[in-house]
Write a protein that binds this ligand. Structure first.
Ligand SMILES: Cc1ncc(COP(=O)(O)O)c(C=O)c1O
Length: 364
């Protein structure tokens, strides 16, 4: 089976973990501080606050920007649950701006129509490893005095106009879950240039504790570990190489899939460097098989393949209130998308196997 995702870990990560185990320092310490500094530098931000996962990062970043009761945050309808659930955890209300049909990210004109007098922030999600179209999003945000919180949990190493994802709004959050472009087991980080937001995030991460047993805010235990940070430091050094390998695999896949009538490969937007966290194919009406049947056939051929998200976010049972305005593009597209293996451990021969399997789908 060619797995859909596989963490890429080697001897360096092993040695880094053993070094931590031998040191006896497990909870947040010097390695975490070093990882924060290096990751913030990589992105081009002044501050990094490492936390236990990407969800925790979004939660306290929203709180640090003052999101609270009754305030609206515009999110896209095609994304992971946490992009909206964290707004609700803050007491706020997620509202939805439809996506671009080809790029799958929030479409800037839909953002404009989604803004109301209660809107306080916008959360562009850089889905599948490609940034949202940030210039027009930032313009709308500026016109309405909105905070821009990038959900960059899928976009380590992606770029827009030569700037890294994570340096494109006010504050950004990343996840280091094992499938991501770089991983720490579980983990997350907030990056920002705003010293006050950084300080509030640091407090909220650890029970609002300014000094030992001196609690100035009611916060959480969202700290990460020295083991996670030690893995992260090694993975960060390898990140650009990982992204290069993903892009090579994606280029080969796209060359082959472009020849198959009825299957649309991913589109790289203007000024965007796609980091291919996911390689997403869209099934058009002209293709003889449904998306779900394609996924079944590829899996039985040994190609790890799965549908992308099962529904638009606002249709999830946990969100009982449906939005006033629906997102027809996302509703149409969501049932057409499937993921193919693109990670750095996919070889050129694997890509040939994947393309061969796709080619046979049109046959008897
Ligand atoms: C877009 C997006 N936002 C948020 C998260 C949450 O990150 P974590 O799983 O580390 O909590 C993820 C994780 O998969 C994600 O893909």
């Amino acid at each position: 089976m060619i797995p859909i995702a596989k963490p890429n870990l080697g001897d360096e990560e092993r040695r880094a973990v053993i070094e931590v185990l031998d040191s006896g320092q497990f909870a947040q310490g010097a390695k975490v501080a070093e990882f924060e500094k290096r990751f913030a530098e990589y992105v081009g931000r002044g501050h990094g606050i490492a936390v236990s996962n990407g969800t925790a990062a979004l939660h306290i970043a929203l709180l640090a920007h003052g999101i609270g009761k009754g305030q609206e945050v515009v999110v896209p309808p095609l994304t992971f649950f946490a992009s909206a659930s964290t707004v609700i955890l803050c007491g706020g209300k997620p509202t939805f701006a439809d996506i671009d049909r080809n790029l799958y990210n929030m479409e800037p004109t839909h953002l404009k129509s989604a803004v109301t007098k209660r809107t306080r922030a916008v959360m562009p999600v850089h889905l599948y490893g490609q940034t949202a179209e940030m210039d027009p999003i930032n313009e709308t945000a500026e016109a309405h005095d909105l905070v821009v919180l990038e959900d960059a949990c899928q976009a380590h190493g992606a770029e827009y106009h030569g700037k890294k994802a994570g340096a494109l709004g006010d504050t950004a959050c990343f996840s280091f879950y094992p499938t991501k472009n770089m991983m720490t087991g579980e983990g997350g980080i907030i990056v920002t240039d705003d010293p006050q937001v950084a300080e509030t995030c640091r407090l909220l991460r650890s029970h609002g504790e300014r000094a030992k047993y001196d609690h100035v805010l009611v916060g959480f235990n969202y700290r990460t570990t020295e083991v996670a940070a030690a893995i992260g430091l090694v993975q960060l050094r390898k990140l650009d190489g990982f992204v290069r390998r993903r892009r090579e695999n994606a280029a080969r896949l796209t060359k082959g899939i472009s020849q198959i009538e009825g299957l649309s490969p991913p589109v790289e937007g203007n000024w965007m460097l796609h980091s291919y966290y996911q390689y997403i194919v869209r099934v058009e009406d002209s293709f003889p098989l449904s998306r779900d049947r394609i996924v079944e056939r590829l899996n039985s051929d040994g190609v790890g393949c799965r549908p992308s998200y099962p529904s638009v976010l606002y249709a999830q049972k946990a969100f009982r209130r449906r939005p006033r305005t629906r997102c027809p593009v996302a509703e149409d597209v969501v049932g057409r998308l499937f993921e193919l293996p693109v990670h750095p451990l996919v070889s050129p021969e694997d890509v040939d196997t994947i393309l061969g399997s796709l080619d046979r789908l049109r046959g008897p």
